[in-house]
Design a protein around this ligand. Structure first.
Ligand code: FAD
Length: 371
């Protein structure tokens, strides 16, 4: 088949990979010169640890697919670094104890570590914390390198073409028309336009059950030593469904977040880039219209938290940015996948786990529509 894919982010690219792998020809359109949405703004974390039980199988499958991609396409920078969630309060330790005691802990690669054992895994963590929840399965990729590397890999096979600077404006049967009037004839159209819920997506699929979420992020200059795992703080328990349970309920009742973290709905996630800099975030803003400026207070707070864990000063912050993702409002769905007709599918709303789940979502789409 000839598959036309709209959108150059991870969902579009993962669907392109899956289509090419199944023997089809793909043309992928991106309205910008290079993808500019959530994918290139994210941490690049393949985050198995906090997935709900219902999502775990897909997360584990996706982790496998990423590992294979990492072997086929070294340019994506896949590395099985694992993560340590650093715990600062008794309530956070109780949540970790609860999840480590569950039957699925070994599938997530969970181990609860005393501070000395944390430092054996990640010697940079010389600062203050009570314990660390190690997840050996979490991994990282280089989100700003991955998309071009994957495209180059697909192009080498001769059945893939990327068209940059081509905004899809309409779909006429199975033909996509871009903003220069160019027509792309095919047999199947997959629309992966990320958080662009209006315009073409609304015309094709109406108002989808999705919302948008805005996050603030930053990156430091290179750290002069390796951060051997990704790190998170106990606030991340409040955001990831895999930690839900009696201990988390008790934490919510008895321990409040830092006032800045609560106000900006924050957690700490931090991963070292291949060039040594640390990508650090994040905040969550749910109510539109979103701020178009970035707020300083959350950045200062995150620097303090990371410095507390590392027991040392961070290199200077050199980049700050915000990103928006699309999130399906039904927590039981991995993604919002809808078809205006059998030949046109709109796929969006993977939320804050789209990088993790992208390859598995594409595989599921392909199975579902019999690609
Ligand atoms: C700050 C931040 C951090 C995150 N961290 C992580 C993480 O560490 N791990 C994780 O699993 N998930 C993370 N996520 C979530 C993840 O990044 C997203 O779920 C995922 O990238 C969504 O991919 P996408 O392809 O649907 O959208 P996008 O990456 O936004 O791509 C959509 C693309 O479609 C293009 N487009 C839109 N309309 C058209 C059109 N009409 N014609 C042509 N092109 C069009 C856009 O220009 C854009 O490039 C994070 C998200 C953010 C914002």
């Amino acid at each position: 088949m000839r598959v036309t894919i709209i959108g150059g982010g991870i969902l579009g690219t993962a669907h392109a990979l899956e289509s090419v792998a199944r023997g089809h020809h793909v043309v992928q359109l991106e309205r910008e010169r290079e993808a500019r949405g959530a994918t290139v703004r994210n941490f690049g974390l393949i985050w198995v640890s906090g997935r709900s039980t219902a999502e775990l199988e897909a997360a584990l499958r996706s982790r496998q697919l990423w590992e294979k991609l990492g072997a086929d396409v070294p340019g994506i920078g896949f590395r099985p670094v694992g993560s340590v969630t650093l715990l600062r309060t008794p309530g956070e330790v109780a949540v970790a104890q609860e999840v480590v005691a569950r039957g699925d802990a070994e599938y997530r690669g969970f181990r609860l570590l005393e501070p000395d054992a944390v430092r054996a895994v990640n010697p940079v963590l010389r600062g203050t914390y009570l314990a660390g929840l190690h997840c050996t399965l979490d991994a990282a990729v280089e989100s700003r390198q991955a998309l071009p590397a994957l495209r180059e890999f697909m192009a080498a096979g001769g059945r893939y073409r990327f068209v940059a600077g081509a905004e899809a404006r309409s779909v006429d049967g199975r033909t996509v028309v871009d903003d220069r009037g160019r027509r792309y004839d095919g047999d199947l159209v997959l629309v992966c336009a990320g958080a662009a819920h209006s315009g073409l997506v609304r015309e094709l699929a109406g108002d989808l059950p999705v919302r948008r979420v805005r996050l603030q992020m930053m990156q430091t200059a290179p750290l002069d030593e390796p951060l051997t795992t990704a790190i998170a703080d106990g606030d991340s328990f409040r955001y990831y469904p895999g930690f839900a349970g009696a201990a988390l309920e008790s934490l919510r009742r008895n321990e409040s977040q830092h006032v800045v973290a609560e106000q900006h709905r924050m957690q700490l996630l931090c991963v070292q880039r291949l060039h040594g800099g640390l990508t650090i975030g994040d905040t969550h803003e749910y109510d539109e219209p979103f701020d178009f400026d970035v707020r300083e207070e959350p950045y200062a707070y995150l620097v303090d938290v990371v410095e507390e864990f590392l027991g040392r000063a961070l290199p200077p912050v050199v980049q700050r940015w915000a990103g928006v993702y699309s999130q399906c409002v039904d927590p039981h769905q991995l993604v919002c996948r809808t078809s205006p007709d059998d030949d046109v599918w709109v796929i969006t709303g993977p939320g804050g786990r789209g990088m993790t789940l992208g390859p598995a979502i594409a595989e599921q789409t392909a199975d579902f529509i019999g690609l």
